[in-house]
Unconditional design. Structure first.
Length: 308
């Protein structure tokens, strides 16, 4: 059994195998109606718990559909409706769930909750986002880049905006898949020092460039995310907007990237804040491919976790 807790804590060979499996499974389904099952049914007879302590559209639906396509069943649970939200310990919850289900996916606030769930569960646990990282999203993003442009190794990836949890998983992917990552954003919203140390240790130090035009120059991929994440207080909204406005991804900024550069956003987006609609709906954008590939990448993650 394998947990899938983060990109930097998963073996690089396994990450590559997950991407390859995801692409093969996507190709095998080509043109098939979404509600139909795959030819392979590796999750037949398996029950998957999908626990959400935060809102979700993509993660919730793509995991649910993915399990069903592979022949399994799901139960979608709100943390607030479980005893988890009323004082039962995470360790006890993990032990109990392990008696009922074969796999647990959890979206939660604190990374400590995810790690405790994994420590006490007898079944694999998947990180569906914490305040600190979002590995399933970036597996889908790596898959999406490679689908459009071939190997991501040695490409220039530029993150414009807040050094948040999605950036963190991009940093982990830079170390594991071997691409060059540039961060452009205000100093007040810099990523965690730990991610700089991690990438430097992997021989892929993160470049920091405060000038977004210089940062984006010759980029193969430009990425941004919402300026106010789910775990940020709404009281910080105006301050963050003021700090991040110079880092908006718009057509003028994208002109400095390579002609064939891609644009990504994990969604949900606040259109015309962090990225303009002209970019989101423009020729560089692959945002809906990213969303679709959550489904395929996570199916491969689940197979990895269960060894099926
Ligand atoms: N990108 C992402 O995780 O989307 P949801 O919050 O809708 O799941």
């Amino acid at each position: 059994m394998n947990h899938f807790l983060d990109i930097h804590t998963t073996d690089a060979k396994d990450l590559r195998s997950i991407i390859d499996t995801a692409q093969a499974m996507k190709t095998a389904r080509n043109g098939r109606p979404k509600g139909t099952k795959d030819d392979d049914q590796p999750l037949a007879g398996r029950m998957v718990a999908l626990i959400f302590e935060k809102p979700s559209t993509r993660t919730r639906i793509s995991f649910d559909v993915g399990v069903r396509q592979m022949g399994g069943e799901t139960m979608v649970l709100s943390g607030a409706d479980m005893q988890l939200g009323h004082g039962e310990t995470i360790a006890d919850t993990a032990r109990v769930l392990s008696r009922y289900v074969d796999l647990i996916m959890i979206r939660t606030f604190e990374e400590a909750t995810l790690l405790e769930m994994a420590e006490y569960a007898d079944v694999p646990v998947i990180n569906g986002l914490t305040n600190r990282t979002h590995p399933c999203q970036i597996m889908a993003d790596v898959m999406t880049f490679e689908e459009h442009r071939g190997p991501i190794a040695d490409k220039k990836v530029v993150w414009s905006g807040d050094g948040n949890n999605v950036f963190a998983s991009f940093a982990h992917a830079a170390g594991q898949f071997g691409f060059d990552l540039t961060f452009t954003g205000p100093e007040t919203l810099d990523p965690e020092p730990a991610w700089f140390e991690y990438c430097a240790g992997k021989g892929r130090p993160i470049t920091v460039q405060r000038d977004p035009v210089k940062a984006v120059t010759d980029a193969d991929l430009v990425v941004t995310d919402t300026w106010v994440s789910m775990h940020d207080p709404q009281s910080a909204r105006e301050r963050r907007h003021n700090q991040l406005r110079p880092y908006q991804v718009n057509e003028a900024l994208m002109k400095h990237a390579k002609d064939d550069a891609l644009f990504m956003h994990c969604l949900p987006a606040h259109r015309d804040d962090e990225a303009t609609s002209a970019v989101m709906d423009g020729p560089h954008s692959v945002i809906f491919d990213e969303a679709e590939n959550r489904l395929h990448a996570q199916k491969a993650v689940m197979r990895y976790c269960l060894g099926v």
